[in-house]
Design a protein around this ligand. Structure first.
Ligand code: TXA
Ligand code: MG
Length: 343
């Protein structure tokens, strides 16, 4: 199959909507990361997403809608806390987990009783959903296991020959995937941190829980509340080590590890804010330490770029786990297999 990469405009969006209606898979931009979309109500079309990604069948997909009126058909109940969150943060980088209606095919929910629904902010994404005339099931548009793509070019690298069309909407602004929140219980539970922070959820709901596996791996035999927690994720080819602690100590530890790696003939690279000085060592600088959202926006592209440049080891400065910093540390932690060195 030939893959076309088109600037997102009225014509290419109409073409994308046509492909979706025809049961094909189209990659499209959202404000978080690029998605790999198909008609959520067509199991054969959704199957093609799993094929293109090489995704395990037990990992459910998020269903994307353009308007709130599309929600009731997809779920059996909309709890009050969900209504509050939707009012505050939809459209935006937030996915809510609801009890699913019978309209949701088993392949979308991976056989489970719940479905994740998100209304993205991206105008291109919403135009595509509206014109397709159906909800769009979409995971991140990477091959399973690699970092999520934040540009159309990265989608092409992973999906060339596997899907007919990629809509190019420029760089994703948030850069990490949506916050996934379970709203089926009495308290909202964050299963995956993202652009909508725990603080923002608590502000609206009065309380919030963060699933323990956001910052640690599943133990042998432990059940995952969100299947995505089970899988190695966001991982570049290089091994990643995250350093967490007081800034000066972190920088000293990174320099020591960098120099030792060099002496062993390896190619280390550092992921750090630009104001931290690493002398002549190779640094991928992500912006300013006081703006963790810049780390989020840069992270996945940085991991891919450091791979392209042949890094063997990526030494990453940790960030404060408040605000969007929790999402950055979750993705860094997972890229590192949760090998976080406290210094
Ligand atoms: O920002 C995003 O969420 C992007 C864009 C394209 O919307 N999508 C995305 O999808 O990141 P994906 O499939 O790469 O990640 C979805 C995560 C997975 O970890 C999955 O296990 C979890 O959400 N998930 C999906 N449905 C779920 C459900 N019903 N219950 C629990 N977790 C669910
Ligand atoms: Mg993904």
């Amino acid at each position: 199959m030939q893959t076309k990469l088109c600037m997102a405009n009225a014509r290419s969006i109409a073409q994308g909507a046509k492909w979706i209606r025809a049961g094909e898979v189209v990659a499209f931009p959202t404000e978080t990361v690029y998605g790999l979309g198909a008609d959520a109500l067509n199991p054969i079309a959704v199957h093609k997403i799993f094929d293109a990604k090489g995704r395990p069948a037990d990992n459910p997909l998020i269903v994307h809608i353009a308007e709130e009126e599309e929600l009731p058909a997809l779920v059996t109940a909309v709890p009050d806390m969900a209504k509050k969150l939707m009012k505050a943060y939809w459209p935006g980088p937030m996915t809510l987990i609801f009890p699913k209606s019978d309209d949701i095919p088993d392949i979308v929910s991976a056989g489970g009783e719940t479905v994740g629904v998100r209304m993205p902010q991206s105008a291109v994404a919403r135009a595509l959903i509206t014109q397709a005339g159906c909800p769009i099931a979409a995971p991140s548009a990477n091959r399973s296991g690699s970092p999520s793509p934040t540009t159309a070019q990265r989608v092409l690298e992973d999906m060339n020959g596997r899907i007919p069309l990629i809509l190019d909407g420029g760089e994703s602004l948030v850069g990490v995937e949506s916050t996934v929140i379970d709203v089926t219980g009495t308290v909202p539970i964050i299963l995956r941190p993202g652009g909508i922070t725990p603080e923002m959820v608590a502000q609206v709901c009065g309380e919030v829980q963060i699933d323990a596996h956001v910052m640690r791996p599943l133990e042998e035999g432990e059940a995952a509340r969100s299947p995505g927690m089970k899988y190695k994720h966001y991982a570049p080819r290089a091994s990643v080590i995250v350093f967490d602690g007081e800034a000066a100590a972190v920088q000293r530890a990174i320099c020591a590890r960098y120099d030792a790696a060099k002496q062993h003939g390896q190619a280390p690279m550092i992921f750090a804010p630009r104001e931290h000085d690493y002398g002549t060592r190779t640094v991928y600088a992500w912006g300013s330490a006081s703006h963790p959202e810049e780390a989020a926006a840069a992270l996945f592209e940085a991991l891919r770029q450091m791979d392209d440049e042949g890094a063997d080891i990526i030494l990453a400065e940790g960030v404060d786990k408040t605000g969007i910093g929790l999402a950055v540390m979750n993705r860094l932690g997972r890229a590192a297999g949760f090998q976080i060195e406290r210094v």
